[in-house]
Design a protein around this ligand. Structure first.
Ligand code: EPZ
Length: 428
C-alpha cells in the first residue's frame, strides 16, 4: 500500500502539461476491436485503468506495443476470444465498453460486471436497452454479462437518462449494424465527440456527436487508423482549482479552453483570475474568494467529476456556498475527510452546504474515490503542515504522474510505501 505525504502552505506556481483524457481513452482502446486491424493511439494517459485495458487486449490475443510513454500500437486482427478476463474487467468501469465493440465485431461479448469508483448505484440498464433495441439478447451469469446476436439491425433508441457510458456503448454497437441508428437524449461530453471522431477515422459514419441526437449509418467494414486523444478536461480543471486554492499561478497547457468554459466561469465567480489562450489557460489565485453555488449536470453543465475538487475552494470562500449533486448518490464522501481538515460542510442527501473557513488544517485523510482523492491532495497542499493521504490507488487510476507534476509546480508531495501493520502516527 502507498500513501501521499504532503506538506502544504506553498502556492503552486509554474506550468503543467495536461495528459490525454482518461474518459475518452478508456473508450478508445476497446473501440480498436472494431478495426480488426492496426490502430495507433496517441496522447494516451499512462494510468492504471489504461494499463488494465492493455492487459485485457493482450490476454484476448491482440498485440499491443508501446511506441512511446503516451502512444500505443494496437493490432486487434489477432483477437481470439470474445471473453474479457473476469479478474481484470471487474476492477474498473470502462471494461464495459468491450460489450459494444465485441458485440459489433463478433456478435458475441462476455464481459464482467464493471467495477469503478463507488459513487452509489451505477446501473447499466440503458446500455442493455440499446443492445436489445439493436437486436441482441443478454443474460447475466455469475458476474459476467453475455450479449449476443445473429444480426445487429439499426434502431431508433431514446435513452431514459443521459448516460456517457450508454451513449458510447450504443455507438460502438451500432457502427456496423444494418441500416440507420438514431440515438436520442444522448450525453454530449467532449469525450463522446472524441469517440465518434475515432470511429469515423476507422471508417464508421457517425454524425451529430456533441448534440442531443446522434445518427449512425451502419458500415460493412472498418479499418485501422491513427488518432490523438483529446486533452483531459478534468485533469485540467483539477490543476486550475489547485492554482486558485493554493493562491498560486499556473499556466495549464495542452488544453481545449472551450471544454473548460464552465470551470473557468465558476472560478471567475469566486474571484480567481483566469486568462485563456489558444491551447492553454492561466489561473492566478487571489487572497480572498467569494462564495458561489454549484449544481452538477451532464455536459455542458458543471461536471460532477470536478465537484469535489471545486469543493476545496468553496471551503475557503467567504460565506455560504451550496453544492447540489445531480448525477451520483454518493459523491460527498470527501466532505467528511475535508471536515477532518477543519472545513465546515454539512451534507444532506445530494446537497452540501459549505460555510467558508479561514484556513484548512493538516490531517490524516483517506481518498474515498478518484476525484475525492484529487480534492484531498489540493486541500493538503493548502493546509500549512504535514498531511497524509491513504488509499491513493484511486487517485492514480485517473491522474498521470500527479506527484511529478505537483512537485514541478513547487508542491511538497511524496509517495511512500506504507509498511504493513503501520498505525497512524501524529506528524511533526
Ligand atoms: C462516466 O461514468 C465517467 N466514467 C464518470 O467519471 C463520470 O462521473 C460520469 O460519466 C458522468 O459524467 C467513465 O467515463 C469511465 P453515466 P458513467 O452513465 O458512464 C445513470 C471519474 O471520476 N445511469 O453518464 O458510468 C447513473 O446512475 C468518473 O472519472 C442509469 O441510470 O456515467 C448516473 O446517475 C467516475 N442507467 C447517470 O446515469 C445506465 O444504464 C450518469 O451516469 C447508465 C447510467
Amino acid at each position: 500500500m502507498e500513501k501521499y505525504i504532503i506538506t502544504g502552505g506553498k502556492p503552486l506556481k509554474g506550468e503543467v502539461i495536461i495528459s490525454g483524457a482518461k474518459n475518452a481513452a478508456v473508450a478508445l482502446l476497446p473501440a480498436t476491436v472494431l478495426a480488426g486491424d492496426v490502430c495507433v493511439l496517441e496522447n494516451v494517459p499512462d494510468i492504471s485503468d489504461i494499463r488494465k485495458e492493455i492487459e485485457i487486449l493482450r490476454q484476448m490475443g491482440a498485440k499491443v506495443t508501446r511506441l512511446s510513454p503516451s502512444s500505443l500500437e494496437i493490432d486487434t486482427s489477432t483477437l481470439n476470444t470474445t471473453e474479457v478476463p473476469l479478474e481484470l474487467g471487474i476492477k474498473f468501469r470502462a471494461s464495459y465498453y468491450f460489450l459494444g465493440s465485441l458485440l459489433s465485431r463478433f456478435g458475441d461479448a462476455n464481459v464482467p460486471m464493471p467495477g469503478g469508483c463507488d459513487l452509489g448505484a451505477r446501473p447499466i440498464d440503458q446500455h442493455l436497452k440499446a443492445f436489445t433495441a439493436l437486436g441482441a439478447a443478454y443474460e447475466l451469469d455469475y458476474a459476467m454479462i453475455n450479449v449476443k446476436t445473429d444480426n445487429l439491425q439499426g434502431a431508433h433508441i431514446f435513452f431514459d437518462t443521459v448516460s456517457v457510458g450508454a451513449t458510447i456503448n450504443a455507438m460502438l454497437a451500432a457502427v456496423k449494424a444494418k441500416g440507420t441508428t438514431i440515438l436520442e437524449n444522448v450525453a454530449k461530453e467532449p469525450h463522446i465527440v472524441d469517440v465518434a471522431n475515432f470511429l469515423n477515422t476507422m471508417g464508421a459514419d457517425v454524425r451529430g456527436a456533441g448534440t442531443d441526437v446522434i445518427k449512425i449509418r451502419g458500415v460493412e467494414r472498418m479499418h485501422g487508423a491513427t488518432y490523438t486523444v483529446i486533452p483531459d478536461q478534468i485533469e485540467a480543471g483539477t490543476f486550475m482549482v489547485a492554482a486558485a486554492a493554493t493562491r498560486g499561478d499556473i499556466l495549464v497547457k495542452n488544453v481545449t479552453p472551450e471544454h473548460l468554459e464552465i470551470i473557468t466561469s465558476k472560478l471567475r465567480a469566486t474571484g480567481a483570475v483566469v486568462e485563456e489562450f489558444d491551447e492553454a489557460v492561466r489561473v492566478i489565485g487571489v487572497s480572498e474568494y467569494q462564495n458561489t453555488n454549484i449544481k452538477t449536470r451532464p455536459h455542458p453543465g458543471f461536471p460532477t467529476d470536478l465537484q469535489p475538487v471545486m469543493g476545496v475552494l468553496l471551503c475557503l470562500a467567504k460565506g455560504t456556498s451550496i453544492v447540489t449533486e445531480s448525477i451520483w448518490d454518493s459523491r460527498f464522501r470527501y466532505c467528511d475527510e475535508l471536515n477532518k481538515m477543519g472545513a465546515n460542510i454539512q451534507v444532506e442527501s445530494r446537497v452540501a452546504v459549505f460555510e467558508g473557513v479561514e484556513k484548512l488544517q493538516p490531517a490524516p485523510v483517506k481518498a474515498t474515490d478518484l476525484r475525492a482523492g484529487a480534492a484531498l491532495v489540493i486541500a493538503a497542499l493548502c493546509a500549512e503542515g504535514q498531511s497524509e493521504i491513504t488509499e491513493i490507488q484511486h487517485v492514480e487510476r485517473g491522474y498521470v504522474d500527479i506527484v511529478k507534476k505537483i512537485r514541478a509546480l513547487g508542491g511538497d508531495i511524496r509517495k511512500v510505501v506504507v509498511p504493513e501493520g503501520e498505525v497512524l502516527k501524529k506528524a511533526h
